[in-house]
Structures are given as C-alpha cells and as structure tokens.
Write a new protein. Structure first.
Length: 430
C-alpha cells in the first residue's frame, strides 16, 4: 500500500533535517584510505556507528574454503583482503512487514598519481553541489545513505516493522567475495537494495566480470644483441592484440540479446596493469598483464575462462617464439556472472513510488557494463535485487565526485522505500 502523503512528506523533511550530519558522516568515511586489504579501520568505524544505533552486531572473516567451493567465488590471491565483513541487524517489535538487505562496500580503488587530483584524494571537499574524494561516489555516499535513511525514520519515532540487515562488505572492487560471504553466512531477506552511483536509475541488467593475468617469459640479452633475444613485453602485446580480437567477437554476439543489442560496445576488455623487464638496456625476460573483461548475463564464467585460456594457447602455438614458450594465464579475481533484474516485482513497484515521491520523476532503468554485488542476490538468493543510487562523475578516475542534491534525493527515496516495503512501527523503547 502506498504511503500516506502526510507521512511521506514527514519522512522527506526528516531526511532534510539530518542531511548535514549525513554529509559529515560521509566525509568521515572518505577519510579512511580503505584500499584493498586496508579496510579494517573503516569497518571498525562502521561497526561502531551501527552498534551505537542499537543494531545487533555480527563481524566475521571470510571463509576461504566456502568461497572457493562456490561457483560465484572469485579466486583467492595473495592480495585478497582479510578485513572483516560487518552486519548490523534490526529486529522489529513484531515482524509484520517484508525484510530487507541494505548493502554497501567500503573498499575503494587506487587513486593514481595524487598530483593529478585537484585536492588530496582522501581529503573530502565540498565545492558547490559536489562532494569530492576517492570512494565518495563509489560508494561511501550510498553507504552513509543506508544508515541515514533509517535514521530519518527514527527521528520521527518510527522504525522498520521487519528485519533489516545493514551489510558493509569488502572485495567488491576485485572479487565480489564479500557480498558472497554474507550469502554463505546465511543472511537472507525478501529484497536487497544497494545504493551504488547509478544516476538515480535502477539497474535492469548487468554484465559478469572475469579478472585474469597473462605472463610471458622472454629471452634476455644485452640490447646490442637484441636480435638473439626475445622481448617479453613485445610478445605480451601480441597477446593483447589477440585478446582484442576476442573482445570484438564477443561484442558481435550482442545481436538478439535484450538490454545489450542496442549498446554500441557492451563487452569491454581492459588492460589494467602491465609489469615487465628489469633494466632499460636489457631485453626484457618477463612481462605480466592484468586484464578485465565483461560477460553477458547467462554466460557461464567458467566456460568463458576456458575460452580465454584456449584462445591464448592457440594464438601462442602460431607465434614463432611463444610456440615454444607458451604464456601462462591465471584467473586471479572476479569470476562473476551477469544478471537481469526482471521487471514486474513488487519491490520495484515500491521503489518506483518512492523515487517518484522523492524526486518528482518516473523511475528509469538501464544496463550497466560494470560489476555489481547485486549479482549475488539475483543469481543465488533469487530475490528482487535493486541497484539504485546517486548521480556521480569520475568514479575510478581523478576528482571522483558525487552530487549532494542527488544523495539527498536518493536517501529520501530509500527512506520512503523502507517505510513502504518493511512497514513502520513505533521505535522500540530504550
């Protein structure tokens, strides 16, 4: 049942009343340089914030064995984070509504050269409508919104009349294993909402992602005798050329695929990192490239991984040098399949009403060719998996920023969504 207009306005007014505090909390989150493997202090901060709000708390490590055994688990590398997962559990007085997971990640991507930012990456600055800082858009603004949409209800004496799980995870930017761990831990709900920076739209379809490394060994010699050696960097770049051909073949396969057929280039291969060689005057004896490629929903990650390995091996067999020195392909991160969120769920209808109430606009949906943790809930819990969040610019780039007006609107929409989806009851005493 749609919310009473008077209650709707009261909730939105409460979001407004708490927004200065929400901004300060978001800035506090950004100040934690929570790069992969360094998220512990930020998770401690989140744990305390949830505990102070009266949530029942759970903090736990990832179970490597369970994740490795699951088809959606990303391979465990030396760089894998050992930071804990944090979950705050709201229990109502009486379970009369529908349960909900609100999830966010605290891990952020590297900043790149700091001198290419207009201010320090982890020094959150407000300029006009924009809040700057690494991870502010992706996705600490959404993380704060998870708490403050509930705070807005509490400020007017209300709380969800259903179980709400506020989940703070890591590894979203590299394996997706943090969200998968909450699934393996047994946390379940009737729907999930993840406020990633999605331009105030609902993600309708999302690609899967594979991470892999290709390592080529060369024959090092002094540059004066270069013709006698074999340059591993040159050889690796020949492999990249073959991977680009595979990328274009996968893009040509978009024909007939709903949500993807009209996108110019839905499958993107990124050569994200390259290392190689030891000395400018020595022909390099090794080169390693780190790659990421997308997958259409319905494409099995293991099958796609085999295709990549076989393609590289076949190309190497036809190469004069690599035929006798085959490259090694290692899968070292995301091993995630894509998903489609079918239209027509009651959760989406409630979100559409909440969005309309908070923004005055109809809710739109779109396909995004990046990884999202919602895949865990769409594929393995098979519940409505709603990814919806604020307007942003330059995520993963320099001067990452998020619109504060948009954050306020989506926090309002989230508070309205919680109130209608979960129902509300008076705040528990004490």
């Amino acid at each position: 049942m749609a919310l009473d207009p008077a209650l709707r306005q009261k909730i939105l007014d409460s979001v407004e009343a708490g927004f200065a505090e929400q901004l300060a909390f978001t800035q506090a989150l950004i100040r934690f340089p929570s790069l992969r493997g360094a998220e512990h202090a930020c998770q401690d901060f989140v744990f305390r914030a949830l505990r102070e709000r009266g949530f029942a708390m759970d903090r736990f490590a990832m179970d490597r064995e369970a994740i490795t055994a699951h088809p959606g688990g990303g391979p465990w590398s030396a760089e894998h984070s050992d930071a804990p997962i944090v979950v705050g559990i709201h229990h109502p007085r009486q379970e009369t509504g529908r349960s909900l997971i609100l999830q966010a990640h605290v891990d952020v991507v590297p900043t790149g050269p700091a001198d290419m930012w207009s201010q320090a990456p982890f020094d959150p600055v407000v300029q006009g409508d924009w809040l700057y800082g690494r991870g502010g858009a992706d996705m600490k603004a959404g993380h704060a919104a998870n708490l403050f949409c509930l705070d807005a209800l509490r400020r007017i004496g209300l709380q969800p009349a259903a179980t709400v799980l506020v989940q703070s995870v890591v590894e979203e930017e590299s394996t997706g294993n943090g969200a998968l761990m909450t699934h393996l831990r047994g946390y379940k709900a009737d729907a999930v909402l993840i406020p990633e920076p999605e331009e105030e739209m609902l993600v309708r379809a999302n690609v899967g992602v594979l991470w892999f490394q290709v390592e080529v060994r060369g024959l090092p010699v002094h540059v004066r005798e270069m013709g006698r050696g074999a340059n591993a960097i040159d050889a690796a770049w020949r492999v990249v050329g073959e991977l680009r051909r595979l990328e274009e073949e996968w893009n040509a396969d978009k024909v007939g695929r709903e949500h993807f057929a009209e996108i110019e280039h839905p499958i993107n291969l990124n050569i994200g990192k390259i290392e190689g060689g030891d000395w400018a005057s020595s022909v390099p004896g090794w080169c390693r490239i780190d790659c990421r490629i997308g997958l259409y929903p319905g494409v099995d990650a293991a099958t796609a991984a085999r295709e990549i390995s076989e393609r590289v091996a076949r190309f190497a067999r036809a190469d004069g040098y690599m035929a006798n020195n085959p490259p090694a392909v290692t899968f070292n991160g995301f091993h995630a399949e894509g998903y489609v969120q079918p239209p027509g769920s009651e959760a989406e209808a409630v979100l559409a009403r909440a969005h309309q109430g908070a923004t005055g606009q109809a809710l739109k949906s779109f396909m995004t060719p990046g990884y999202l943790d919602t895949r865990v809930y769409a594929l393995y819990d098979r519940i409505p998996a709603l990814c919806y969040g604020p307007i942003s610019e330059n995520i993963h780039g320099f001067d990452e920023r998020v619109s504060l007006a948009s954050v306020k609107r989506i926090t309002g929409a989230m508070a309205l969504f919680v109130a209608e989806w979960c129902g509300v009851e008076p705040v528990s005493p004490g």
